[in-house]
Design a protein around this ligand. Sequence first.
Ligand SMILES: Nc1ncnc2c1ncn2[C@@H]1O[C@H](COP(=O)(O)OP(=O)(O)OP(=O)(O)O)[C@@H](O)[C@H]1O
Ligand SMILES: [Mg+2]
Length: 261
Amino acid sequence: MPTELQSRREPQPLRMQDGAPIVLEHVSRVYRGRDGADVRALEQVSLRAGAGELLAVVGPSGCGKSTLLELVCGLQAADGGRVACAPAVLMPQRDLLLPWLSALDNAALALRIAGLSRVQARARADILFAELGLEGFERARPHELSGGMRQRVAFLRTLLAGKPVLCLDEPFGALDALTRYEMQDWLARTLAREPRTVVLVTHDVEEAVLLADRIAVLSARPGRVLAEIEVEIERPRVRTDPRVITLRERALGALGMGERR
Ligand SMILES: Nc1ncnc2c1ncn2[C@@H]1O[C@H](COP(=O)(O)OP(=O)(O)OP(=O)(O)O)[C@@H](O)[C@H]1O
Ligand SMILES: [Mg+2]
């Protein structure tokens, strides 16, 4: 089983007005409660991700991480501050594969929506299927796939949307540790081949250190940025590297989890 995370790509020549494909400045989001009690999900969040960067976001449950991704993708609007982003696609927290479509057609869905014929869309998805270890499962329905396979199909669908920015919401959250390790390695290799700017929400601090260029640590609700940690460790990265362990501890410390374990 691969344990090393492959080297990443060169930054893409993708530019927004001020040079970064993702910019959040003093962003706030308040959900209006039905009984009048508002839920402040995010407060004064300022973050940015440069072209080709992988920004990991970690924070306690309910601190606004999924909300943040939806703001970045333009699926909801901020109540305060500014969000600017290049075209982005969301891989939601649950894989949301369509049960009546085959694995291949699920992966090719964005291409079909973009107007490609079924034959063209399937052909494009098919090339990546083999590379992702899904060969032989093209015609399987989602319920016939393992959890890791479903995640890969969902990721493939996200990738094939062809957007420069990928927002991944706990893509490996539901997987057991061994499968997660494989998927992390696979994601690193895939991004090395198919460069994108990525926001990766994860509850796994080690995963953030292994994959990210920078980690934003959010507070409990309302989510605010408690710390930003640069990960300047060359790739491939390994879990046992003392620098990985040190940064993991730093992130846990910022979350207030340092001494509790
Ligand atoms: N559509 C909504 N309407 C009302 N409240 C919402 C809505 N979506 C999220 N919330 C609330 O906003 C807060 C942040 O939710 P969000 O899903 O962004 O958190 P999260 O950090 O992704 O949590 P988790 O780690 O459990 O996935 C929560 O208190 C949640 O109940
Ligand atoms: Mg969430």
